[in-house]
Design a protein around this ligand. Structure first.
Ligand SMILES: NC(=O)c1ccc[n+]([C@@H]2O[C@H](COP(=O)([O-])OP(=O)(O)OC[C@H]3O[C@@H](n4cnc5c(N)ncnc54)[C@H](O)[C@@H]3O)[C@@H](O)[C@H]2O)c1
Ligand SMILES: O=c1ccn([C@@H]2O[C@H](COP(=O)(O)OP(=O)(O)O[C@H]3O[C@H](CO)[C@@H](O)[C@H](O)[C@H]3O)[C@@H](O)[C@H]2O)c(=O)[nH]1
Length: 328
């Protein structure tokens, strides 16, 4: 970009290009803006470049403590943004890979994550096993890193980071397969309630949401899907499903998928409930009523580790939780 600007700018026109990546997360954008862990400003390491970085740092210094404002080289700044997202996603893929071992052995991923996270060198954040990470940034930024590595003739580095995305795809596939296997190896004609469509709670964003893959897999298995999300607009759901299933006629998708107005409505007459997004209201579901309205045996598949397993088992549910290996 600098080359283009320099080639086209007027004589004596001086400018600097700064890199100032944003680290806010959806759902907490304003809090992240007011109280960031750090602000990163990258510039050319010439005197003019450093002066420009200081000018921008002065703006942030109005509300961000100076020790949190980091001024670095241009490449360091750009790479740090990709590295931060890649390493956060890598933690999730690592814990999700371990969740598969937990399910096979009877270990509990919540206990493992807690024990590992108590090591201050590891830390407790971003170790929650799930049905897979989504969002507009993680996959895009990792693939950006993969592309960069390949362009720099670093194929082993590219393969290393690509595996984080591949593990995420595996986690989504593994979860939908578990649903099919548990429901006696077929879900054809069976009604499945999918609770949550956003890629995480407190946002209506569905970009790269794991729920899209789950619904796609269930539709491919010819199940009937009842979908409920408190925030995602219905048109967005139809758009996402059409894009995920380009060769499936819209009429087929609309015959198999129904968008519901509440979790209770979605669960009515279902064989199984699948929790895809950790919305707070799903912690407060009246499970007794859900159970009464479901076909039996009634299954709950928790992809977000939010239900009270013992309570649901006492009601009569067959329960499967991500990263927990107990027999149903
Ligand atoms: N979503 C996040 O949580 C988040 C966090 C940190 C950084 N970012 C970065 O911020 C940027 C925007 O992210 P977003 O989630 O708001 O995306 P978005 O898709 O919601 O918004 C991008 C906007 O830019 C517009 N746009 C795209 N190309 C354009 C062009 N050539 N000219 C003018 N407008 C154009 C689009 O119409 C859209 O309104 C991305 O680079 C992303 O990596 C996003
Ligand atoms: O322990 C965890 C933490 C998160 N997730 C999932 O990971 C995804 C991403 O979550 P999060 O990072 O909270 O959301 P984003 O809004 O995508 O924010 C990320 O991407 C932004 C865009 O680059 C960055 O600015 C942020 O720092 C970075 O956290 C979601 O599907 C979460 O459900 C898990 O499965 N387990």
């Amino acid at each position: 970009m600098r080359t283009i600007l320099e080639a086209n700018s007027k004589p004596n026109c001086k400018f600097q290009i700064l890199s100032n990546p944003e680290f806010l997360a959806e759902g907490t954008a304003i809090a992240d803006l007011f109280s960031p862990d750090r602000v990163l400003i990258g510039s050319l390491q010439t005197q003019e470049g450093k002066d420009a970085a200081v000018s921008l740092a002065e703006v942030y210094a109005h509300w961000v403590p100076r020790e949190r404002i980091l001024t670095v080289g241009l490449w360091s700044s750009e790479l740090s943004k990709l590295a931060a997202n890649a390493m956060l996603a890598q933690r999730i893929s690592s814990i999700n890979a371990l969740s598969a071992i937990c399910e096979a052995t009877g270990a509990n991923i919540d206990e493992v994550a807690h024990a590992v996270g108590r090591d201050s060198r590891v830390g407790p954040k971003f170790l929650k096993a799930s049905v897979g990470f989504g969002g507009s940034c993680f996959q895009k930024d990792i693939l950006n890193l993969v592309y960069l590595s390949e362009s720099l003739h670093l194929p082993e580095v590219a393969a290393y980071w690509r595996q984080v995305v591949e593990m995420n795809e595996y986690q989504k596939r593994r979860f939908s397969k578990r649903v099919v296997d548990t429901l006696f190896n077929t879900i054809t004609g069976k009604r499945i309630a999918v609770l949550g469509f956003a890629f995480k709670a407190d946002t209506g964003d569905t970009r790269e949401s794991a729920a899209i893959t789950l619904v796609k897999d269930f539709v491919a298995e010819r199940a009937l899907v009842n979908l409920y999300d408190p925030k995602v607009p219905h048109e967005q759901i139809w758009l996402d499903l059409a894009e995920a299933m380009p060769v499936t006629p819209a009429a087929t998708i609309q015959k198999q998928v129904q968008i519901c107005g509440s979790a209770l409505e979605a669960c009515k007459n279902a064989e199984a409930v699948v929790i895809a997004t950790e919305w707070k209201e799903f912690r407060e579901i009246d499970w007794e009523t859900v159970y009464a309205g479901m076909n039996k045996p009634a299954f709950v598949f928790d992809g977000r580790m939010l239900i009270d397993v013992e309570k649901l088992r006492d009601i009569g549910f067959k329960v499967a939780v991500i990263g927990r290996g107990e027999r149903l």
